[in-house]
Structure formats: C-alpha cells, structure tokens
Design a protein around this ligand. Structure first.
Ligand code: NOJ
Length: 565
C-alpha cells in the first residue's frame, strides 16, 4: 500500500494556537430571497432566516454566507446593489439583520456577507448623480464613462461583450457610454477613484462593527482596470495573456485594494475573514488567498468536474498545493446559486470538454433548454452520486461551501416559463441560455404545496414544481435514509474528526476508487465506479450506502474508523 502525503497545514498548526475558525469551516450559502419568507410577500427575507435558525443549528454548519440582501432592483438577483449599508425593505430592516445575527451567533454560527465591489446598481445614488452631473464631473469619475466612436460618438468605445451577453457598453442621454461587465443595470465602478476605495472601506467597517464575521467578495479579480487608449478590440483582448497586466481582469494592482481591506479586517478581534470569488489562472489564485490579501479564495474545480475518480483526485492534489503556496486552507464547492445543482448534473451525461478541461457549455444547459426532457435525467443516479461526492468533499481538509437545498438532495428546476424567469442571462442571451433561476427556486420546508411548501403564505417568487414535496425538510427530517439525515450525521461527525489539514493518499489498486487518511487515522473512501469493491477496514463511521461483507457499493463514499494496526 503506497502512501503519499499532502499537507497544507500552516506552521501555526504545530503550536497550541487554535486554528482560526474559517480554515476548516462548513459554510452554508443562503440565497435570502429563496430561503424562507416570514412576511408572506413571496420573497424570502431576514426574519425568515431567523425563524429557521434552529434548522441551521441542527444541520451542524459552522457559518452561513448570505448572498446580497441589500436594496436592489433585482436586475441580477441582488448582485446589483443600490445601497451597500442597508437592507432591502422587502427583506427587512437593519434591526432584523441584527436579530438574525444574534440568533445565529447565539447558536455558534458565524455570518459571512456578500460584498459586490465591481459594480453598483444603476439605481445607486452615485450612478444617478453621475447621470445628471454630466461628462467630466467628479460623479462620473466613480464609474467608467467614455466617449463613443464614429461620427457623433454613436458607436460604443469597443466591441466588448458583457458576461451576460450583449454589448458591455451602454450610452446615456448626453451621448457618453458607460462600461458594464455584467447587466446594463450594473455599471462598473472605477477603482482608480479614491472615493470608491474609501466608501468600500466604510462598508466593510459598517458590517464588521455590527458583528459580521467575514465577507464573500464578488468578482474579486475584476475591480482594477487599465483603460488607457487605444482600447483593444474584443479579438485583441482575447489574445492578451493573463499575467497581471491584462487590461480588464486579474491585474496585479487589484491586490493593493485587498491590502487596504486586510488592514480593516485585522483591526477587529477576531480578524474579519474574506473569501474571493476569483476566476483566474490557477497559478494566480494564491495571490487572492494570501494572508496579506483576502485570506481565502474559492476553488470551483469540483463544481466543474464530472463524477470521476481521476478528475476528483487531480482537483484535490492541485488545490491542496495551491493552498500550501498561499498558506491558506483550500475551499471546496459542489453547488452554488450560479450553477446547475449537483444532484442534477450527476444524473445527466458528462459535458463535452474543451482542450483546457473546462466544460464547453454550462453543464445541464441542453437539459434545461428542453424543459427537463432531454437528455433524460436519471434522478436516482444523480442523487446517489451527489451524496457520495458530498461525503468525499466533507472529508477533505479545508472549508466546504454548501448551497441551500443541496442537503435535501434537491434537483434543478427546468420547468420555469419565460414569463416567470428572472435571470438577466436569459434576457440578454435572447433565451439561448435560460440562466440560473432553476437553482434559486424557494426551498420546500413542508411536504404539502400549501403555503409554497412552507416557504411562506404569499406564494413563491419562482414557481415550485409538484415534486418539491418529496424533497421537503418535513419529508426528509424523520427518514434516517434521507439526504438531510446524511448531511446532519456527517456534519456532526466531521466536527469530532477534523483536526490538522493533512491528507495522505492511499493507493487502492483500482482507478475508480479514491482513498485518503486524515491526521487522526480517519479514512475516506469513494467508489466512483459501479462495481462494488472490497475495502479493508476496522469499522464504518458513516456511509452513503451500506457496506456488506466489506464491499463498498458503486457510487458510494464511506468514512472509516482509524485502523488498529
Ligand atoms: C458572481 C455572482 O455569483 C453572480 O451571481 C453574479 O451574477 C455576478 N457575480 C455579478 O455580480
């Protein structure tokens, strides 16, 4: 049996210093508008979260991350923020926020909030001011305004496309154009402006003073830009290397912003934490995760991987190494509010991949476009693999990020009509991409469809399908074989098992079986194939499917007790 050791344990691990809470936390992402609706207006809210604090405690998570709950016109599900230091009145008040924070803190759950620094909403007072103040004004300096090209400047400054489809520039009444990397309603801020920088420092202090424990930083790689003329065309832009000098993304100078943020984080006791959403070349991830910067960065590799032993092993090896380089702990994600839920992904054929290994289109897109008809979704396989992948992930060193509803084994909803859709991706792609609404459908709490399956008295802002009742909390709660019961048991167990951040790979002799050992001898084995495999062990701690005569069934994960010999 060959053993290969990987470790990203910081030097501090050898001392008696307790490890900071975030290094190996299980963080549960709440998409507030779809979690629980206390005031019956069809939209989830902060009192709704408070009312479910016991549920969160029982689940056994360490922290929640709240997607934006700030005032917003909802052009991009709240990622178009109109006021960074307030609560959307439809979701509650600042007092409701404080109550929610107390309810979670008193149950030992930390709270991470989403910060959206690349762009504001077009309803933000700054953008409204920029529109009226006119060209050359200090108000326009906070955004990226340029003159158009051609006669009368009637053509956009460049042919760049926004991430949601369509042009990245929009013209305002006096003829100037503003840049928006995302929707028209999300004008990009100008991070060369001291005003912009100072205002975000105020925002970080505002929430930190209220007791927030950390921040999830939206599109952390895109803030600083070099828009010196002449601006490159889209084709030229695509040829430029991502070496820290790219005009639009992952510039070295974005770290100057985070160095300032770090000073704010470290002025609190305990220091506030941050995790970067940075879509950058792997080798550059440690910059964002470094202790001088944001401190941790998302790794989305598991979320892009097939249910495949080779791919999972590569992802773990690479990301453990990246974490070692930065000194941070690794993060792991299988689902979030931007992708097809993993129970569904794993029940669909593997996506076609580009030479760089990335899926060529969003996994599940064809299935969503067909209204959930073709290719046929194998729900049972999807759920079985989802549980196996989750238990594998929860056994890894570092932080696991869960997305609301995945603990129920919930599937993506593909049956949302065009009139019900909300995601700007749908509108800006002309319906070519149906967007991300299918993973944002409000959670089923009760088995019966009344009161939107217990979501709230006022219906559900995205339609819930009939089958949601089968996945409701109430349905699963008392069933020991449910996904929810598995998550609860695994999270409890993880708390007792998780120690140092090391991992030792153990050769299993089977290409489709991965096995690793953690510091106190606890082992994790996943059989990615379909044939049962004989696994030597001295006792099972938890398994996604029962082992008989030492055989681990296909598409299953088991956690094993430490070996005696
Ligand atoms: C990333 C967020 O996860 C996504 O939901 C949002 O649309 C974009 N950033 C733009 O803010």
């Amino acid at each position: 049996m060959s053993v290969i050791e990987q470790s990203n344990a910081p030097v501090a691990d050898q001392s008696t210093e307790p490890s900071p809470w975030w290094r190996q936390a299980v963080v549960y992402q709440i998409y507030p508008r779809s979690f629980a609706d206390a005031n019956g207006d069809g939209l989830g809210d902060l009192p709704g979260i408070t009312s479910r604090a016991d549920y969160l405690e029982e689940l056994g998570i360490d922290a929640v991350w709240l997607s934006p709950f700030y005032p917003s016109e909802l052009a991009d599900g709240g990622y178009d923020v109109a006021d960074y230091r307030n609560v959307d009145p439809r979701l509650g008040t600042l007092e409701d926020f404080d109550e929610m924070l107390d309810a979670l803190h008193s149950r030992g759950i930390k709270v991470v909030v989403d910060i959206v620094p690349n762009h504001t909403s077009d309803q933000h007072v700054w953008f409204q001011e920029a529109l009226t103040a006119g060209r050359g004004s200090p108000a326009r300096e906070r955004y990226i305004f340029r003159e158009g090209k051609g006669e009368d400047g009637a053509q956009a400054p460049t042919d760049w496309e926004s991430m949601f489809g369509g042009p990245a520039w929009t013209q305002v009444a006096d003829g100037q154009w503003y840049l928006h990397t995302f929707a028209v309603e999300q004008p990009d801020l100008n991070w060369a402006s001291r005003d912009v920088r100072d205002d975000f420092l105020r925002t970080l202090r505002f929430w930190s003073d209220r007791g927030v424990d950390g921040f999830r930083v939206d599109v952390a790689h895109a803030l600083t830009k070099d828009l010196t003329e002449p601006l490159p065309s889209r084709v030229d832009l695509e040829k430029l290397p991502f070496d820290g000098n790219h005009p639009l993304v992952d510039r070295d100078d974005v770290q100057e912003v985070y160095a300032e943020w770090r000073k704010v984080f470290n002025s609190y006791d305990p220091p506030r934490t941050a995790v970067a959403e940075a879509w950058v070349d792997k080798a550059r991830v440690p910059r964002y995760a470094s202790p001088e910067g944001l401190g941790q960065a998302f790794n989305f590799d598991l979320l892009e991987a097939d249910f495949d032993a080779g791919q999972f092993e590569t992802v773990v090896r690479e990301n453990m190494e990246l974490a070692r380089v930065s000194g941070s702990s690794s993060t792991w994600v299988l689902s979030n509010h931007d992708v097809t839920r993993h129970a569904t992904r794993y029940g669909l054929p593997h996506p076609v991949r580009e030479p760089n290994g990335h899926p060529s289109v969003k996994h599940g897109l064809d299935w969503i476009l067909s209204g959930g008809v073709t290719p046929e979704l194998d729900r049972v396989t999807g759920e079985r693999r989802a549980r196996a992948a989750t238990l594998f992930m929860l056994g890894l060193p570092g932080s696991s990020y869960l997305y609301q509803g995945e603990e129920l084994g919930l599937h993506e909803v593909a049956t949302i009509s065009a009139t019900d859709r909300q995601d700007p991706t749908f509108f800006r792609s002309g319906g070519v991409d149906l967007g991300r609404d299918g993973c944002r459908v409000p959670l089923p709490w009760a088995a019966s469809p009344e009161s939107a399956f217990g979501f709230g008295e006022g219906g559900s802002h995205l339609p819930q399908p009939d089958w949601f009742g089968r996945y409701a909390v109430a349905t699963e709660e008392d069933n020991p074989d449910s996904s929810l019961s598995l998550y609860r048991r695994a999270l409890q167990l993880r708390r007792t098992l998780q120690t140092g951040e090391q991992l030792e790979w153990i050769d299993t002799g089977h290409a489709d079986v991965l096995r690793f050992r953690r510091p106190n001898g606890w082992e994790v084995v996943t059989n990615f194939g379909t044939d049962p495999r004989l696994i030597e062990s001295d006792g099972v701690l938890i398994a996604t499917n029962e082992m008989t005569d030492g055989m681990l069934p296909g598409e299953s994960t088991v956690w094993l007790a430490p070996r005696h010999s």
